[in-house]
Design a protein around this ligand. Sequence first.
Ligand SMILES: Cc1cc2nc3c(=O)[nH]c(=O)nc-3n(C[C@H](O)[C@H](O)[C@H](O)COP(=O)(O)OP(=O)(O)OC[C@H]3O[C@@H](n4cnc5c(N)ncnc54)[C@H](O)[C@@H]3O)c2cc1C
Length: 594
Amino acid sequence: MKPIIHTHDAIVVGAGGSGLMAALYASRGADVAVVSKLYPTRSHTGAAQGGVSAALGNNEEDRWEWHAYDTVKGSDYLADQDAVDVLCKEAIDAVVELEHMGLPFDRFPNGKISQRRFGGHTNNDTGKPVMRACHAADRTGHMILQTLYQQCIKNEVNFYDEYQVVDLIRVDDTIRGIVAIEISNGQFHIFHGKAVIFATGGWGRCWEVTSNAHSLTGDGAALCLRRGIPLEDMEFFQFHPTGIFKLGILITEGVRGEGGVLINSEGERFMEKYAPSIKDLASRDVVSRAIFLETKAGRGINGQNYVHLDVTPDTVNHYFKQDGYTDRHIDKEYIEAKLPDIADFTKTYLGVDPTVDPMPIQPTAHYGMGGIPTNVDGEVLLNNDTVIKGLYAAGECACVSVHGANRLGTNSLVDLVVFGRRSGMKVADYCKDAELLPLPEGSADEIMAEFERIRNNTGSVKHHDIRKEMQATMTENVGVFRIQENMDAAVVELAALKKKYVEEMSIDDKGALFNTDILEAWELGCLLDCAEVTAVSAANRKESRGGHARDDFPERDDENWLKHTMCYLQEDGSLTIDYKPVVIGRYEPKPRVY
Ligand SMILES: Cc1cc2nc3c(=O)[nH]c(=O)nc-3n(C[C@H](O)[C@H](O)[C@H](O)COP(=O)(O)OP(=O)(O)OC[C@H]3O[C@@H](n4cnc5c(N)ncnc54)[C@H](O)[C@@H]3O)c2cc1C
């Protein structure tokens, strides 16, 4: 079967919050196609619960500069401060724009958008938590996705739903398009265009316990890597402290924002020890490590590796009083109104009503801070400052870098809208003058041959077995706490798994219709690439910073490691590492104070 060729000015890969925002803005000046393996409103952005941050100051004083400082501090000083300024300044306008598009935010009694507290967001003068997370109950991402999808339809964006992108067409330093498979019938398609924007989300499925959807397999990051583009800061992966025990399903930080507290088997609110001033609302890496240490010290509930997250009114009101919040008081109805989906999840999956009983939780693999390197206009970088023509990235798959070594809660949704918008605008501008460069002969041949290879391989190993082994080694060796020996072991094991993937893996379904067997096998290849870059980058960084915590190098080392990692895949399959300087602005690196 020959590939079918489509031509559009710009092709957006992915229909989450970043892809839709980019498509919407690009469509104001260009003919845009969105190609997505999921139906757009099924994208993971729809699972985001807690909120989107912007210093609106609707209920108390707030400033974008405070948001910027919190973001830089949360990033353990690895974020590029020029990019952080753009994020925090433009967040305000972007959130108001979402409201004007019709997003049904919760409201304060005065009619303004409701905001709540979230980890790491503070009033810089007092150090106390500030209300910065704008939210629509605990379904903020769902509302963003629905709102943006409607706007894209209105703007006549072309949607190719359930098409899986499997290759990027690059000729020297220009991009000519992408290759995709139509999932329903296995037909190959080439999307020929002037510009491609990757907005494919994260790779949390590299780990065993994760909050990420099954579809988050790092396809965009892996495709770029295979076409000579480096991946930046992949060693920094965030473990969210509160996933449902064993399942990993996320319990939003909004629960702690509303007053919920973490309790160990001795009934102790242990965060008082680890972060005396901000306690349960310390940044996620700090809280995840605290839970890990508590359970390791035998203070997990029933001796197991989980603790309790308690948002029952009696407990919350008790700690409000203890923390000096005399004006705060919650009841059952308040929790049910503010956290309806959480109450629903825990009842469904655990049989626990969070207004009556505490929830069993453990850290869960959540968010990739690294990814495809871009500047603040979404243009993809080949090294420190060389841009590759026609290639853009936005959202979780991109590394701008605004999150540095650790992301603050609610800063991803705002990253999607701010940098989705900026990359869309840049693409509209680029397409006005750029020429449509010709497609090289046989642009899809290489990837079609790879699919034939996977289809016809006759080994005895199944992709789910390799996936399990990869997840086990990543959890054990490149998880919440890390040491050299374990990371080195993971690098060796991942190389062996890649060999097994090529030589011994076979699939059962040889057909063309809805062949999820072959697509999952191909996705495993992307996961293995992302896992390997993560492990190699982690083993290389000999310090602790943000989400990368080492027992053998427990301190942050600004003298040697205040720099971004850039990991390249060489033609012989090896990975090499280079560095990029961090952009420092108003905030000189300071030691962390908890
Ligand atoms: C459970 C959960 C709760 C969260 N809560 C919050 C929160 O409250 N606040 C916050 O700021 N952040 C939150 N986050 C993080 C945030 O939601 C994500 O980082 C963000 O939504 C990612 O958006 P995205 O646009 O980059 O990609 P996604 O929304 O993940 O979408 C990826 C898109 O890429 C497409 N795609 C992927 N691969 C291919 C391929 N090969 N071919 C074609 N299409 C492809 C998919 O179809 C999909 O449309 C949460 C994350 C999770 C998992």
